[in-house]
Write a protein that binds this ligand. Sequence first.
Ligand SMILES: Cc1ncc(COP(=O)(O)O)c(C=O)c1O
Length: 380
Amino acid sequence: MIPAAYTVPPEVAEVARLILEHPMADAVVEEIDGRRIRVDGHWLVDFASCNYLGLDLDPEVIAQVPGYLTRWGTHPSWARAIASPEPYRRVEAAVSELLGVEEVLAFPTLTHIHNGVLPALAGEGTVLVDLRAHRTIQDATMLAAARGATVRRFRSGDVEHARRLLRRPGKGPRVVCMDGIDSMTGNPSDLPAFAAPVREHDAWLYVDDAHGFGIVGERDGYDPTPYGRRGNAIVRWFGEHYERIVLTAGFSKAYSSLLAFVTCSAELKHYLKATVPSYVYSGPVPMASLATALAGLEVNRRRGDELRAVLWHRTRTLLDHLDKLGIATTNTSGLPLVELAVTDPSDLDAVGRHLFDRGIYVTLAPYPVVPARRPASASS
Ligand SMILES: Cc1ncc(COP(=O)(O)O)c(C=O)c1O
């Protein structure tokens, strides 16, 4: 029971109900067997995890962990501003090389990055945020506002709206925030279209590529799949360069490891080290995660494109099958996030139970995890 002093706000009532009542929410996984999971005694095929490349179960990745633990112990337990074990330096160097950027700064999660880096970049300037940007970015804009920034929202994907807001006079830096790949629809945002006005106005384009890093990458027209090669993230996938772009991404999806990073110049890196609270006051990632991140980067170098080809074919099979069944999805990209919208939101519970009873585990996404029919209001 929720203590009487706390009432669940109406906007999360459905989330609260599903957590309490639905077998496909807040589940305890008792056992796994490859991509099958056991929940409450039922074996189910797991379509809900984001271990896109299967590195969580890759023997080569797992084999790296004991050596790191023997050498470094389980957990460094220094805030990064105090000291970082050497594998941090290697992982930052390897990611910088993969992306082709001057530097990256690593944190445990994207949430740490958004909450710390976004307010540090915005200062007392202006944050323009896509209405559909991930919830962790939306929350971070509130922190930016608390530190003196003005926050405005633009209609999702609407470059002209963002451009109009950029033209408004204002003091300080301007940061335009959006997702690289939408975490529900699986579709990429039009990054080049946003990069142009951002550069014209000397602003920053702050991109969350949680679902693109490790999946999409540079293209040369002869690529084995539409994902491109090397998984070096959405900026390269679009053939763009990093001028005025700050890319944030994480290892928790494609690389099955707890780690995230933000791209930066050496100068910006120094500024972020001094100003981002989660660098100065928060703990680091466990050593096992640094080990699996480094092992994952090595697997990516040798076999990443093969793994992505398998992922692409599986996603295509699913999309083709849905098409044959006449089931609509918003996914037009072929990326491995497939959203199936229920026509009537009140059917979500029953649809979830139907799938669960047939051995299928998916992510249930009620409002406000996905937008309600009526869009939240944008700045005029
Ligand atoms: C687009 C996007 N951004 C950020 C996050 C949060 O990432 P983290 O768990 O690294 O904080 C997620 C998590 O699912 C996500 O999908």
